[in-house]
Design a protein around this ligand. Structure first.
Ligand code: PLP
Length: 293
């Protein structure tokens, strides 16, 4: 057991070893082509949150990219639980990556029968800082410059990195992305929600967004608490006139956006429905921690 980031233990291709000792081949297709997929899974008090949904999404990403799934579901769970147990942090988040593997001759066409490279490590999961809870975050809207398979959780994240940099250069914390058709897709690493006249609205799942697990959790909490929830396309005009805007992801849960393109969103403070959702979300996590699941 360790509690220092410097002594982090990682899983690489069948072994648990110190991060400083983990090495992969320069001919790994993940390194050369970004030819791989990944997952990020939150862990509350040692328990993997929504493991089934995360592993199903991983399987979908592997299948869509024709990368061999090296494990069955219980093998994935066992490996990840072992990794978590090697760290003392109460809450953690696992980063898990599978690449197509090592191919000595660089070729866009993958060779047959490659052995996937499996890498996982875990980090302490810290609560969102108070300043964000009190004041929210600033975003800008940017053209979504990504490809048409954003439903695959691919390691190839160069457009996301470029858009995050563009947001930062405009003094914002993040960006909300606008598709070529003029609809909101999502954030650079999150799904998007707006609140309008008491309705919670999010774009439908499609090839233009990642089917977020947190988005799914928020939907189920909304249903449980009779919060009207609609899946429909959101335009930039809708975004501009929203009462509230949220971004959701596994490590940040739902974050309130209080400034869009330099203008206040609603009152300029985190909104009433977000506060309510935050409360419900914490209760939902607590129930999960206490459950036998
Ligand atoms: N959309 C993108 C592009 C992401 O990278 C992420 C998470 O990293 C999400 C949405 C949110 O997904 P989840 O809630 O499963 O973390």
């Amino acid at each position: 057991m360790t509690d220092s980031v410097n002594q982090q233990i990682v899983y690489l291709n069948g072994s648990y070893l110190p991060m400083m000792e983990s090495q992969i081949s320069t001919q790994d297709r993940g390194f050369l082509f970004g030819d791989g997929v990944y997952e990020v899974i939150p862990v509350y008090q040692g328990k993997l949150f929504r493991f089934d949904a995360h592993i199903q999404r991983l399987k979908n990403s592997l299948q869509a990219t024709s990368i061999t799934n090296p494990f069955n579901d219980s093998e994935w769970l066992e490996m990840l639980e072992n990794l978590v147990a090697k760290h003392d942090w109460q809450d953690q988040y696992i980063y898990l990556q599978v690449t197509r593997g090592v191919q000595m001759q660089r070729d866009h066409l993958p060779a047959d029968c490659l052995t996937p490279t499996i890498y996982a490590y875990t980090n302490p999961l810290k609560p969102v800082v108070d300043n964000i809870i009190q004041n929210g975050i600033k975003v800008v809207s940017l053209d979504d410059i990504r490809w048409l398979r954003c439903d695959i959780k691919a390691t190839t994240l160069l457009p996301n990195v470029m858009m995050k940099l563009a947001a930062k250069s405009q003094g914002a914390d993040d960006a909300i992305l606008i598709t070529r058709e003029g609809n909101i897709s999502e954030g650079t690493a999150s799904n998007t929600f707006i609140v309008k006249d008491g309705n919670l609205i999010t774009p439908p799942n499609s090839n233009e967004i990642l089917p977020g697990i947190t988005r799914m959790v928020i939907e189920s909490i909304a249903a449980e608490h009779n919060i009207p929830m609609i899946e429909k396309n959101i335009t930039l005009d809708d975004l501009n006139s929203a009462d509230e805007i949220w971004l959701s992801s596994s490590t940040k849960e739902a974050l309130p956006v209080t400034q869009l393109n330099g203008q206040a969103v609603g009152s300029g403070k985190p909104g009433a429905l977000w506060l309510q959702m935050r409360e419900h979300y914490q209760q939902h996590k607590q129930k999960f921690i206490e459950s036998q699941l």
